[in-house]
Design a binder for this molecule. Structure first.
Ligand SMILES: [Cu+2]
Length: 180
């Protein structure tokens, strides 16, 4: 009886691989498989830094897109994102979102986005994020934007952010309608 169990597990793993593998000839892409694939693309590592969940909500404004992602810093020392470039536009910047006393959201460019040692920073709607401005071509679901993030630790990390429907990810509602 005992020997059957590993066999069954192996078959199960093989079936799973077949389902999630990319580039197959079958016309597939159940929404879940597509999401898994996007998550892989939104991931990168350099040194003790790990980036995950990079994505761009399909821009409501054809000229401006926001990118959200998570940065984990496994090092003891604090780090920070100090610069960003994008392949989709020459104009990409680091931003934060602030809420005024009257409750309005305002975005402003920042010099850096801190990532504490042994901690993580989430770039998300309503907080820190990357803006890709002056897009020469509108971006739509299925496109992707390649970002290069420079850190204070001098790591440079390239990560691919797929453009996904506004409702993908947690940040559902997007505050960029009146941006810039
Ligand atoms: Cu913004």
């Amino acid at each position: 009886m005992r020997r059957r169990v590993p066999g069954a597990v192996a078959v199960g793993a093989a079936a799973l691989l077949a389902v999630t593998a990319c580039g197959g000839t079958e016309e597939p892409a159940a929404p879940e498989a597509a999401a898994d694939h996007a998550a892989e693309r939104g991931t990168a590592e350099a040194g003790d830094l790990r980036i995950s969940g990079a994505w761009m909500p399909e821009p409501a404004n054809p000229e401006v897109g926001a990118v959200y992602l998570r940065v984990e810093n496994g090092a003891e020392a604090d780090d920070a994102i100090t610069a960003v470039t994008a392949d989709a536009s020459d104009d990409a910047d680091l931003y934060t979102t602030e809420t005024t006393d009257s409750g309005a959201s305002m975005m402003r460019a920042v010099e850096e986005i801190p990532v504490p040692g042994g901690g993580a920073t989430e770039l998300m709607a309503g907080g820190y994020h990357v803006m890709v401005n002056d897009l020469p071509e509108p971006l739509a679901v299925g496109d992707e934007v390649v970002l290069t993030l420079t850190f204070a630790s001098e790591h440079e990390v390239e990560v691919t952010a797929p453009v996904q429907p506004m409702t993908a990810g947690d940040g559902g509602e997007d505050a960029h309608e009146g941006h810039h």
